[in-house]
Design a protein around this ligand. Structure first.
Ligand code: MIG
Length: 681
């Protein structure tokens, strides 16, 4: 059951797709303290899920969070907001309900911080909607919410292949080298990302002629090798005379404006830029149409960056800082003025003052940015997504974004931004992916190996052993850090090859799970608590998660650990995959210490469950699903529904769903393809 409450005159965010009548009276479950502030008394054992891409655990209790899309590259526990604003929470206890705050500005969530027993939601403006979703279980609540917000974005099938990226590939030759090195290492690969250096002076929709003399030809050369190029698009448009995107935007009033009507200036990678007004539908159409420039060169995937939007500096911020600097520079420095001096230019970045200094034009209405701040990246991605069908009808285009709000889940996926090469960030990515799923973001992944800081071979390997299960699987790193393509680590190359091959063997399964999650409204990843709601230990487990109905993942996430404790809510089959093949072991319900050597990927299969495995291939296009192995733990009967389609068209009605059923040791239902059975009991 869903109840909708209206406060003031809300801005229509476009997040909710279903029309629901507004309810009268107070918001269920909550006490309203003052305008926009709602309290809920938590019981000691309530779990609070949600908030999508955030810091900390799967259970969000014990911290205060904020919806405030921010370009922040230090993802530590003390932060309150990263790049996204996912205003959906689920309380799972004696009460079971979801709450969604439909609002584009700042929302604060104190989930047992000030008072360990109180959940407080504070909406920064008086105009918003709140939805309360009630169902029998927490999972059901989430699925009802997902129905409310519409179907999740579906990428092309090749996007489930491995993606290599690095901020530092500058030329065609750099990229060709990456492709060649992967080929030589016999490690599968489907795409290579192009970071900001492909552009001419960081200008959107331009290609640097020296570095990429003929991108169309180059992308065709890569396609020949089953490789897709995925360029980055930044939000800010460089101010430069003669640059058509800039000139058109100025001429048509498509940029965000200051209060006085002039175009707002933000310093980002290209230097001084204007921000396209993605909340203006005409500007959206215009900017989205520009992606065609690259689509026409054979590009079929993009990542949208800097769309919180990130602001390194504004004209106003810089001059205020210079002015203050002039005032204090001749004063004798005491400790306070020293710190003021030190902070002066740092604070110019992403400053709140700037976010309330520019305006959007929404159907003629002027709206101050801070009131809709969290909808900016969402609408940038929507702009691209809505324009794709015009350029390429009926074709799926890969699209993922850094900033997002719920609603954007219909238009693109997300990556979790600039994480670090820290062991704790494997675990963080796991928690983020689970909560992202609840908010509709199924196509998601984190920079494998870590973006900032230097990775190590073992970190990269352990991280990959988890990340092969994420829909978006990308190794990406920052300029200046240790190079972390898999072939850079010859000592472990056979292990990397084995884990990547495992990813490709799993693609028929992963793709089926993803497509069923999107089309049939299911979760891809979920916490153990959803599969075993009455199991107290399962409810508290945050370092193991479920994938589909078949698998439990329990990766090793600690350095130098050659194993880990695993909790099994029921008997399961442990399969360890490595370069020397695989071993299989039945484990009883309870806690076990399992040995997991550095090169081993552990996987748990539930009882009476089977998964399909293909022979490994060097690209998704080469996966031959006419021969499959069914690997399972079966002492009665088990079945699996495989989903297959052409992987590129947006018409899913021609997809095939094939049910495989096994009984003890024999296949009782199939579609006639070659099946090898590996069933254990
Ligand atoms: O200010 O384009 O999160 O993935 O490599 C940094 C350079 C800008 C941030 C993105 C990251 C990307 C980087 N970008």
């Amino acid at each position: 059951m869903i109840k909708k409450y209206k406060f003031g005159a809300p801005f229509e965010t476009g997040t909710v797709e279903k029309n629901i009548n507004c309810a009268d009276g107070a918001v269920s479950y909550f006490n309203s303290l003052s305008s926009g502030v709602f309290n809920y008394a938590l019981n000691a054992d309530d779990i609070v899920y949600g908030l999508g891409e955030q810091v900390r655990g799967i259970n969000k209790r014990g911290w205060k969070y904020e919806s405030n899309c921010a370009d922040d590259c230090l993802h530590t526990e003390c932060k309150s907001s990263l790049y996204a604003a996912h205003n959906f929470l689920v309380v799972d206890g004696a009460d079971k309900f979801g709450v969604f705050v439909d609002f584009g500005g700042n929302v604060k969530y104190d989930i047992g911080y000030e008072n360990i027993n109180t959940l407080t939601i504070s909406v920064s403006q008086p105009d918003f909607y709140i939805y309360i979703i009630e169902a029998q279980t927490a999972e059901q609540t989430i699925l009802e919410f997902r129905e409310l917000i519409g179907m999740s974005y579906i990428p092309p099938k090749w996007a489930f292949g491995f993606m290599q990226s690095r901020w530092g590939y500058k030329t065609e030759e750099d990229i060709r080298n990456v492709a060649d090195s992967y080929k030589k290492a016999e490690i599968p690969l489907d795409s290579i990302c192009m970071d900001i250096d492909y552009m001419e002076r960081y200008k959107d929709f331009t290609v640097d002629k020296e570095r990429f003399p003929d991108l169309k030809k180059f992308s065709a050369e890569m396609k020949q090798r089953d490789l897709h190029l995925v360029p980055i698009i930044d939000a800010g448009v460089k101010i430069e005379k003669g640059y058509d995107v800039y000139e058109e935007g100025v001429r048509s009033d498509y940029f965000c404006k200051r209060a006085d009507g002039s175009d707002f200036v933000a310093g980002v990678w290209p230097g001084r830029t204007h921000f396209p007004d993605f909340l203006n539908k005409d500007a959206r159409r215009w900017f989205g149409g520009k992606y065609k420039i690259l689509l026409d060169m054979g590009i079929d995937g993009f990542w949208n960056d800097m769309n919180e939007p990130a602001i390194f500096y504004s004209d106003e911020g810089l001059s205020a800082a210079f002015k203050r600097f002039a005032e204090i520079k001749d004063n004798p420095l005491d400790i306070d003025s020293f710190f003021e001096l030190q902070a002066l230019f740092n604070n110019v970045k992403n400053s709140p003052a700037d976010y309330s200094a520019f305006y959007h034009n929404v159907d003629g209405e002027k709206i101050r940015h801070d009131k809709v701040h969290n909808l900016y990246g969402y609408n940038m991605t929507k702009a691209a997504s809505e324009a794709f069908p015009e350029a390429l009808p009926d074709k799926r285009i890969l699209l993922f974004s850094r900033a997002s709000a719920i609603g954007m889940h219909r238009y693109g996926g997300v990556w979790t931004g600039d994480n670090s090469s820290w062991w704790s960030h494997i675990a963080l990515s796991m928690c983020q992916l689970v909560n992202l799923n609840m908010c509709g973001f199924l196509f998601a992944g984190s920079d494998i190996g870590g973006f900032s800081d230097n990775t190590t071979a073992d970190l990269l390997l352990r991280w990959t052993q988890f990340a092969i299960f994420a829909p978006l699987m990308r190794n990406h790193s920052a300029a200046g850090t240790r190079e972390q393509e898999y072939y850079r680590f010859p000592e472990l190359i056979d292990d990397f090859r084995a884990v990547l091959k495992l990813r490709y063997s799993l693609i028929p399964y992963l793709y089926s799970e993803f497509m069923k999650a999107a089309l049939d409204n299911k979760l891809y990843f979920k916490p153990l608590a959803f599969a075993f709601p009455n199991d107290e230990i399962a409810r508290q487990t945050e370092d193991q998660i479920m994938l589909g109905n078949e698998l439990m993942l329990a990766p090793v996430m600690k350095q130098n650990a050659m194993g880990r404790y695993v909790y099994l809510p029921e008997e399961m089959l442990l399969v360890r995959f490595s370069k020397s093949g695989r071993t299989v072991e039945k484990l009883s319900q309870g806690t076990h210490f399992i040995n997991v050597a550095l090169g081993e990927t552990p996987l748990f299969i539930r009882k009476n469950a089977i998964i399909p495995l293909a022979k490994p291939a060097m690209s998704t296009a080469q996966i031959d699903a006419s021969e499959l192995e069914l690997l399972g733990f079966v002492d009665g009967s088990a079945s699996y529904e495989l989903y297959e389609d052409d992987g590129v068209s947006t018409d899913y009605s021609n997809a095939k769903r094939i049910l495989f059923t096994v009984n003890k040791n024999s296949l009782t239902q199939s579609d006639g393809r070659t099946i090898e059975l590996s069933l254990y009991n």
